[in-house]
Design a binder for this molecule. Structure first.
Ligand SMILES: Cc1cc2nc3c(=O)[nH]c(=O)nc-3n(C[C@H](O)[C@H](O)[C@H](O)COP(=O)(O)OP(=O)(O)OC[C@H]3O[C@@H](n4cnc5c(N)ncnc54)[C@H](O)[C@@H]3O)c2cc1C
Length: 504
């Protein structure tokens, strides 16, 4: 292990840290990523990822390997204490533009394994496992991270220009920055039980559905999961102490014989709704659970950490390469925090539909879910409102453009199954069609190293052109995270570019 100064140190190689390392590696940034555990935690925490997150994982170039460890999420159902179905929903983003249809279960340990192995392709990325970050100090120009080898107790000092704390809910980085978290709601304790079916054939003994069960004793969640993984979550009543493992096993045995499953984990965990007050201090930034935590009701915690990584990497790279000033890093918090707060609000909305701590809440949850189920336009409205990811509303965007802050659709381009994201890569891109912009306009984009899509591939299919027409646009400038910076008719191009030039 060398202790040469790197551009970036990432503390924590969970889902957020590993994606960040991939993207920075792709951009040629030198990264040292330290992870306190020697091995990947073998039991999944997250089980669900949405369409946008699948697309974001695609940015690593590892989708062909990752996709094998995903399966359709399918239907979510809610049942009352008498076994009557109150509500059901296909977990799918309406009109998803990401080229993935429907949320998916995934195998988190396999994902992390593939992603960590994948880091080996970057010459500038070094992953050090078994090294725990213990303290951080920064001066104007550099940051020193002290790390301890958990096996030998040897202590190291790593010097770097930037530190990103991706070290989860109990973040040492956040503590070192002395950053507090705001709680949007009080925490609520749950018991989680992860199991593996002993035989594939036992799958028929349990529903292949994600279910909320309003049992008289407690709110219970059952998730059919990826492969043979099956999970139960039991909400503890307020002030209830954590039960013994034997008690929890009895709870599970009401659903399936314990002879048919192997229990891999019984744990108590808290549903937190926490957002760090600041996501950056000087040359140290926070991402993923280190910056925010949310209950898993909408399966968005990991998805949000991955979004952080997609949003931050290109900005940090531009600063390191002196292509942009540090001001752009402030847009990371502006953009992500507003988006995160919206996702958290939606998560809490879903969670509150299931609350049943007293008879009034029990009556209301049943009544309101039945109403939503029966009134299709209301259900459609809620689906659209709560299942369509919000756009970014401010930050590094040309805010006067109609599509600024929205995702560009991902489409298959040409007749060779080429996905637009794969061709563009993690770069700025100009999407237009020959003849729409002048040569002069295109050359100003080239001077700024913007990738001109139609110069690299013949775009045969018309989906993108139809989409541009629908939005009355001759061109779109897309950021590396596939968020639209600006768009418009040819005569608006100079305005969009001049806004771009304020940043780069
Ligand atoms: C029961 C449960 C169910 C969930 N379900 C979903 C879901 O379905 N979908 C979803 O999107 N999200 C879900 N989540 C949330 C999701 O698991 C987290 O949001 C996600 O794991 C956060 O990733 P992260 O990389 O930011 O942090 P973590 O996963 O916590 O990773 C942090 C990493 O940093 C390492 N580390 C910590 N401290 C140090 C240190 N000092 N030095 C070096 N390394 C350090 C840790 O060992 C770890 O590897 C769920 C969470 C729980 C608990």
């Amino acid at each position: 292990m060398s202790n040469l100064k790197t551009d970036v140190i990432i503390i924590g190689c969970g889902p957020t840290g590993v994606i960040l390392a991939h993207l920075l590696g792709k951009l040629g940034i030198s990264v040292r990523i330290i992870e306190k555990e020697e091995k990947i935690f073998p039991v999944p925490r997250a089980t669900h990822i949405d369409e946008e997150t699948l697309r974001n994982f695609q940015a690593t170039g590892l989708m062909p390997q990752l996709e094998k460890f995903t399966s359709t999420f399918g239907t979510m159902e809610v049942y009352d204490a008498n076994g009557k179905r109150l509500f059901h929903e296909e977990v799918i983003q309406p009109d998803s533009i990401h080229d993935y249809i429907g949320s998916r279960f995934f195998d988190q340990p396999e994902f992390e394994n593939i992603l960590r192995e994948g880091l080996k392709k970057y010459k500038t990325v070094e992953l050090l496992t078994g090294i725990e970050g213990t303290s951080i100090s920064q001066s104007t120009n550099e940051v020193t991270v002290t790390g301890k080898n958990n096996g030998t107790n040897e202590v190291f000092e790593f010097v770097t220009s930037w530190v990103i704390g991706c070290d989860g809910g109990r973040s040492v980085t956040r503590a070192a920055l002395n950053v507090e978290m705001d709680a949007l709601e009080p925490a609520r304790d749950w018991i989680i039980v992860d199991t593996i079916l002993k035989e594939e054939a036992f799958a028929t003994l349990l529903p292949n559905r994600f279910q909320y069960l309003f049992l008289p004793e407690r709110l219970t969640i059952y998730a059919h999961g990826f492969g043979k993984h099956r999970r139960w979550e039991f909400q503890l009543n307020k002030d209830e102490k954590a039960p013994s493992d034997e008690t929890v096993k009895k709870w599970v045995s009401k659903f399936v014989s314990l002879q048919k499953v192997e229990i891999t984990r019984i744990a108590k965990y808290a549903h937190n709704s926490l957002v760090a007050r600041k996501w950056r201090k000087g040359k140290v930034l926070l991402a993923g659970d280190a910056a925010h935590m949310m209950p898993p009701s909408a399966g968005q915690g990991l998805c949000s950490g991955v979004r952080d990584a997609l949003n931050l990497s290109w900005k940090l790279s531009a600063v390191i390469k002196k292509e942009a000033s540090e001001k752009i890093l402030d847009t990371y918090e502006t953009e992500r925090k507003a988006h995160l707060n919206e996702i958290l609000k939606r998560t809490l909305f879903i969670g509150h539909r299931m609350d049943g701590d007293n008879s009034l809440q029990k009556f209301w949850r049943k009544f309101s879910l039945q109403i939503i189920e029966q009134i299709q336009p209301l259900k459609n409205y809620l689906r659209k409102t709560y299942n369509t990811p919000p756009p970014l509303k401010g930050g590094c965007l040309n805010l006067s453009s109609s599509l600024a802050g929205h995702h560009i659709p991902q489409t298959i381009i040409a007749d060779r199954n080429l996905f637009s994201d794969d061709i563009v890569g993690y770069n700025f891109a100009l999407i237009t069609f020959p003849g729409k912009l002048s040569e002069n306009q295109i050359s100003t984009a080239k001077e700024k190293s913007i990738f001109i899509l139609h110069e690299h591939v013949e775009i045969k299919q018309t989906l993108l052109s139809k989409w541009l027409d629908k939005h009355n646009s001759d061109f779109v400038i897309v950021r590396p995270d596939k968020i639209i910076f600006g768009n418009g008719k040819a005569n608006e191009y100079e305005n969009v570019m001049s806004e771009f030039e304020k940043w780069f």
